[in-house]
Design a protein around this ligand. Structure first.
Ligand SMILES: [Fe+2]
Ligand SMILES: [Fe+2]
Length: 477
């Protein structure tokens, strides 16, 4: 049973905040801090209003409402997917037992840590994207940026709700800290590396929403399996919103690749840097960067922590219930990537067999990689259809890694292990250089005029919510 959200309250919700005075007070006292954070760290471009989707319900028919709203008045709410009162734990040592409606004492610290790590990424991306509005290629894109931003804000609310509702004073303290760490800050950076990188231009934004937001999708997918039912239901609803973020990334890169291909064909040249679009080799370098830092987000190839989370029922696998094994994995094994000794003191990139539980990060990363491959395939189809022979590629798993088995070595995009000196000499062929970044940034001239679009990107095939591309998605201040 879910209650209908009440929009007369300060915090729209379907968690019955009206009845829970203590929790409502806690959230209402966190809300001004959130709004201060949004004002100082959220979108910098002044706007009057934006055509935004707002979550208003969780049911099968219509969960969102579209309309022009001033962003500071956006109704960030708390929504959990509908409860299945018969839900049972699908994996681990508690498999078959009823899902938990409260946090078991022995798992409290671990669950809190998982929530904080997930929660920390949500406002981080808003901070990273704060200045992009000033260089938006169209009002349609500007609107999508802001949509992603407000929903990441809502995802922060989702995690803060759980911290406040289920984790007592420590949870409230952690909720406060989520607003005090900041992306790229020297003193108190965000927890994960990729969320301290800059998102300085729109190619980075599309690559980020494709590769890094997609990591988020997979993490949420594992938390959706959690035995802790409120977390599971929260993540299930967040995944609904994430689908739009994935679309922004996928079609964003489509449109960059499509426009570059078009200019290459029209001018019969690969050398398009002077023609106002982004050359394919630069797109490849951005892809290499965002993909490799996103692979790091999945952690080490092996992890006993994650094995314990699984056994305890805190965090499952991607599509746990579609797997056909015993969902306990105590007798299974998996091949994981590793650096193997070659006997002569040298190390080479290879694979080794480990217990399946310990290799769960690898399992999740593989699901993610095969999903990423589908994006590359679709971009290559655009190139093929334009009659071009060039192709984009995912770099090797060992390329540019800072976490896991390959953190200590350097490898080329084809997986060849390189001496440090050679890596330094050649890295500019594979990762964006200052020259590349400056060129991309030089193209980022804002187009804030209705129905117009920048020259480096193709218009979208479809607008938002049935509206045309020319729609007045954003009114600037
Ligand atoms: Fe999110
Ligand atoms: Fe997202």
């Amino acid at each position: 049973m879910t209650t209908a959200p009440d929009y007369t309250e300060k915090i729209p919700n379907n968690v019955n905040l009206r009845e829970d005075r203590r929790l409502r007070r806690a959230l209402e006292s966190w809300q001004p801090d959130f709004l201060n954070w949004w004002e100082s760290m959220g979108p910098a471009l002044p706007t009057k209003d934006v055509y935004l989707r707002t979550a208003v319900n969780v049911g099968r028919e219509g969960w969102a409402h579209f309309g022009h709203v001033p962003m500071k008045d956006y109704r960030w709410g708390v929504f959990l997917a509908e409860r299945d009162s018969d839900r049972r734990i699908a994996f681990g040592q508690h498999k078959g037992e009823p899902a938990w409606q409260k946090v078991p004492g022995e798992y409290r610290a671990d669950l809190q840590r998982l929530l904080v790590i997930q929660g920390d990424t949500e406002p981080a991306s808003v901070e990273q994207q704060r200045n992009l509005g000033a260089t938006a290629p169209s009002l349609y894109d500007l609107r999508n940026l802001f949509q992603v931003n407000v929903e990441e804000g809502r995802h922060l609310w989702a995690m803060v709700y759980l911290l406040h509702a289920y984790f007592g004073r420590e949870g409230r303290e952690e909720a406060g800290e989520l607003l005090h760490r900041n992306s790229g800050s020297e003193d108190s950076p965000r927890i994960l590396g990729a969320f301290n990188e800059e998102t300085p231009d729109w190619l980075s934004f599309f690559m980020f929403t494709y590769f890094t937001d997609r990591d988020g999708k997979y993490q949420l997918g594992t938390l959706k399996e959690s035995a802790f039912d409120p977390l599971s239901r929260t993540c299930e609803f967040m995944l609904k919103e994430e689908a739009h973020h994935m679309m922004v990334g996928t079609t964003g890169v489509d449109r960059v690749v499509g426009r570059t291909a078009q200019v290459m064909v029209e001018n019969d040249t690969d050398d398009v840097a002077a023609l106002g679009v982004i050359p394919l080799p630069v797109i490849q370098k951005y892809l290499n960067f965002h993909y490799s830092v996103s692979l790091d987000l999945f952690g080490g190839e092996t992890s006993t922590n994650v094995a314990n989370y699984y056994t305890a029922g805190l965090k499952g696998r991607w599509m746990e219930e579609r797997r056909t094994d015993d969902h306990r994995l105590t007798d299974d094994s998996i091949m994981v990537d590793t650096l193997a000794g070659a006997g002569n003191g040298e190390q080479s990139i290879g694979q080794t067999e480990v217990p399946a539980l310990v290799g769960l990060n690898t399992d999740l990363r593989r699901e993610y990689i095969s999903d990423c491959r589908s994006g590359v395939n679709r971009w290559n189809k655009i190139l093929a259809e334009a009659g071009l022979t060039q192709r984009l590629k995912l770099p090797h798993i060992a390329f540019n890694r800072r976490v896991g088995a390959f953190a200590g070595i350097e490898a080329a995009p084809d997986g060849e292990k390189l001496p440090a000196g050679e890596w330094e000499r050649r890295r500019g062929q594979w990762l964006p250089t200052d020259v590349d970044k400056t060129h991309v940034r030089s193209l980022m001239q804002p187009v804030h005029e209705r129905g117009k679009i920048a020259a480096w990107i193709a218009p979208p095939r479809n607008g938002i919510n049935g509206k045309p591309f020319e729609y007045d998605y954003v009114h600037l201040a």
